[in-house]
Design a protein around this ligand. Structure first.
Ligand code: F6R
Length: 615
């Protein structure tokens, strides 16, 4: 969603803010803007609808001043216009704010402002924030008190950075709820603020995530933080181990391709040091549950959204097969809506690579408040909000920043993390004995090289995409543990190539979707030589009998399948439980090269954002 950047120090703020916004572009946005305060207390605001390049082009002279804030907007309230772009100011122009999240009660707050004689001039929910701060200041009170009063009346999840002429050396940062993360970055004689780590990493790896209810006053020398009650909170910055270079595109044309290619490494990093063969064991340092606690579990529920939900679907099978425990998955947003019945004997596993997805956080919060069930989160961002809800119980993915909007390396790493968790539970519960645990772990350890071999074939996918780039609809079919990969393949295809695609369990085909088959609708069929192979082959024949074009993802050496298919993607032999990590690569490559052939904006697909912080 929206991106936030802030700077205070001794350098010119303008270029730092623009460069920070550039690093946040991957989140998706439709407008951008910056505000810089100069030494004479004069505020310069530049904002534009459109791409960052439009903003940069509109700035004739770089603003003078060493303190400022910037924003990339993803419109939720009001059209995409220059005026609705952030930063927003109070009528008196004494307060400037950038904001991430939604002020759910903005209409009511707008009426309250009108009753005090203040007219808002934009269609945004955000504008009420600087107006309220300014009003509360006029009513008598310092800036901090006015900010605190304002945050207290906002409904919904919100993160803001504010600047005031009254305190020209201070940036104020505040967070309410889970929509919109915000992180402080500690430099030498300078401080940074951003919604996301990639914007901070070129400057510093010493960071501090702001928690729900916290307010920070930031100067060039450092920060002070208070909680909702006004009590001072220790700073305790975190040293993050992220290489800024990893956030760069390097030799690749798109972050998405770079991240697809990184998967052998990200998988080994995720598994590294956690799975051992001799004796067969899994160690998860941030899972605070001993064998006894794992044995006491009766059920596992896995929640997530989008690709993370597809990982959850596969995670269910891992729990059933490797941990020997009843398991289910749920869409995090629907989970909360239907007021589910859980109990303290259910382990809730949430998957969120960003750790900031509002639907997933809300589901986790619901579990924490209503059911007090044990929770662990699978997450790629150290110290993200999801890990705060679980009190630190996490399986970190160790993927480095995932910049491409379409999740790739975090998806496969999530599968590896769920597999590790299932083995850990299975070993504790005695479901996996020595030899079966050893076999399971060996299969997982083999995945980086299997993925490497999948990636070697990427040129074949490019050729395929060139032939079928005109398709307007596609179907993906599979069975069993591969069915979620059909869903994931279809999601990737929709997201980045804008081809309408749907994933189905192959058994469902005859119950409706088969009516869509004709030669213009390619069908991607995942048909590995596993227990469900024969059934899949029958489904493929049903498609072909109706003139359908089949792209088969099959086992290496399956000549018969290859002969009948318009495209055959061979998958090296692997255990059926880890095979989704290999077929996921085919799904990603098909989508990537189709999008490339269609000239789509792969890293920033339309209407999408990397971190989804609105419901
Ligand atoms: C799809 C994709 C999204 C995310 C979803 C959840 O390619 O990236 O569907 O998977 O928005 O995001 P996280 O994992 O950050 O909670």
């Amino acid at each position: 969603m929206c991106g936030i950047i802030g700077y205070v120090g001794s350098q010119a703020a303008g270029p730092i803010l623009l460069e920070g916004l550039h690093r946040l572009e991957y989140r998706g946005y439709d407008s951008s803007g910056i505000a810089v305060l100069n030494h004479a207390g004069v505020l310069a605001i530049h904002k534009r609808a459109g791409k960052l390049a439009d903003l940069t082009a509109s700035i004739e002279e770089s603003p003078d001043g060493c303190i400022g804030l910037g924003h990339t907007r993803w419109a939720t309230h009001g059209a995409v216009t220059d005026r609705n772009a952030h930063p927003h100011t109070s009528s008196a122009s004494d307060v400037v704010v950038v904001h991430n999240g939604i002020v759910e009660n903005f209409r009511e707050l707008r009426s309250r402002l009108q009753r005090s004689g203040i007219e808002t001039v934009t269609q945004t929910d955000t504008e009420v924030i600087p107006q309220l701060i300014s009003l509360y200041q006029q009513e008598g009170g310092d800036f901090l008190t006015a900010l605190r009063r304002t945050m207290a009346v906002l409904h919904g999840g919100n993160a803001i950075v504010a600047l005031t002429q009254a305190r020209p050396d201070h940036l104020y940062v505040a967070r309410n709820g889970h929509a919109g993360g915000v992180v402080l970055g500690f430099g030498e004689g300078e401080m940074f603020v951003a919604s996301d780590l990639p914007a901070l990493l070129p400057h510093t790896t010493r960071i501090r995530h702001l928690a729900d209810g916290e307010i920070a006053a930031v100067t060039a020398e450092g920060a002070r933080i208070w909680d909702r009650s006004g009590a001072t909170v220790p700073l305790e910055p975190l040293q993050v181990d992220l290489d800024p270079v990893a956030a760069m595109k390097g030799q690749y044309r798109h972050f998405m391709l770079k991240e697809i290619m990184e998967q052998p490494r990200t998988l080994s990093d995720t598994i590294r040091g956690r799975a051992r063969i001799d004796p067969p064991s899994v160690e998860l340092a941030d899972l605070p549950m001993d064998d006894e606690a794992l044995r006491a579990l009766r059920r596992v529920l896995i929640v997530g959204m989008g690709s993370s939900l597809h990982a959850a679907m596969i995670g269910r099978t891992y729990m059933e097969r490797l941990a020997g425990i009843p398991a289910d998955f749920d869409n995090a947003s629907e989970f909360r809506s239907r007021e589910p019945l859980l109990g303290p004997e259910t382990l809730v596993v949430s998957i969120s690579q960003s750790g900031e997805t509002v639907d997933t956080l809300a589901a986790m919060q619901h579990v924490a408040e209503i059911w007090k069930a044990p929770q662990v989160t699978v997450c790629n961002v150290e110290g993200a909000q999801s890990t705060r809800i679980t009190d630190g119980a996490a399986i970190y993915l160790r993927c480095g920043p995932e910049v491409g909007v379409a999740s790739t390396k975090c998806f496969t790493a999530s599968l590896a993390a769920l597999y590790l968790l299932a083995c850990r539970i299975g070993i504790a519960r005695g479901h996996l004995d020595g030899p079966t645990a050893e076999h399971a772990i060996e299969c997982l350890l083999a995945t980086p090289s299997i993925v490497d071999r999948m990636l070697e074939q990427r040129e074949a996918y490019e050729a395929l995409a060139a032939r079928f780039a005109e398709a307007e609809h596609m179907l993906y079919i599979a069975r069993g543990i591969q069915y979620p990969i059909a869903m994931e393949g279809a999601l990737k295809c929709k997201e980045i190539s804008y081809i309408h695609a749907e994933g189905y369990p192959a058994g469902e085909l005859k119950h409706g979707p088969i009516a869509l088959i004709d030669r213009r609708v390619p069908v991607v069929a995942i048909a590995l030589r596993d227990a469900l192979y024969e059934k899949l082959v029958s489904n493929i024949q049903q498609v072909q009998a109706r003139g359908g074009t089949v792209f088969a993802i099959g086992s290496e050496g399956d000549e018969q399948l290859a002969a009948g298919a318009a495209f055959f993607a061979p998958v090296p032999e692997s255990d059926p439980l880890v095979a989704p990590l290999a077929t996921a690569i085919s799904a990603q490559l098909i989508a990537y090269y189709l999008a490339l052939a269609r000239g789509a904006d792969i890293d920033q697909p339309r209407h999408l954002a990397k971190t989804v912080t609105v419901e």
